[in-house]
Design a protein. Structure first.
Length: 151
């Protein structure tokens, strides 16, 4: 379970101190450096500031040339990207990974659009401080769709 800090007088001075500490330059830079060091090579992180790796089979959807966060464009063929035919469709990869992990049901959530004002910032800090404010809308769970399935 993730901890989320919200700024509110009712929550007390301690929570606001923790928030300020997380957002202070030395701590923030250290946290963001570790995040980039880990997420970029492992997941291809594009530093959108609103990470949803846990929703997409640990595949960064922002590696899609069209920056699609809610599934494939419909132009992929045989699991290949419409824009770059030599590249696997990010969403085909995400679905296959989620399926292997037994987490394909997460891919049925409609994701909020990226807040581009926080691009290039730490998604870890944004999550804890509630700066990402991700809202989910439940939609019907995905079935294995022809446009997602590899042939």
């Amino acid at each position: 379970m993730a901890v989320r800090l919200a700024s509110s007088p009712a929550m007390g001075r301690e929570v606001n101190v923790i928030r300020e500490l997380l957002e202070s330059t030395p701590f923030y830079n250290a946290i963001f450096a570790v995040e980039k060091l880990f997420k970029k090579p492992v997941f291809g992180c594009q530093e959108c500031g609103m990470c949803i790796l846990h929703e997409t089979g640990y595949t960064c959807p922002m590696t899609c040339p069209k920056n699609l966060r809610n599934g494939p464009c419909g132009g992929s063929q045989d699991g290949k990207c419409e824009v770059y035919p030599d590249m696997d469709c990010v969403w085909c990869v995400a679905y296959e990974r989620a399926k292997l992990l037994g987490q394909e049901h997460y891919m049925g959530r409609l994701q909020a659009p990226v807040d581009w004002s926080i691009q290039g910032t730490s998604s870890w800090v944004n999550h804890v401080t509630d700066r990402d404010r991700v809202a989910y809308w439940e939609v019907e769970p995905l079935k294995e769709l022809d446009l997602v399935r590899r042939r």
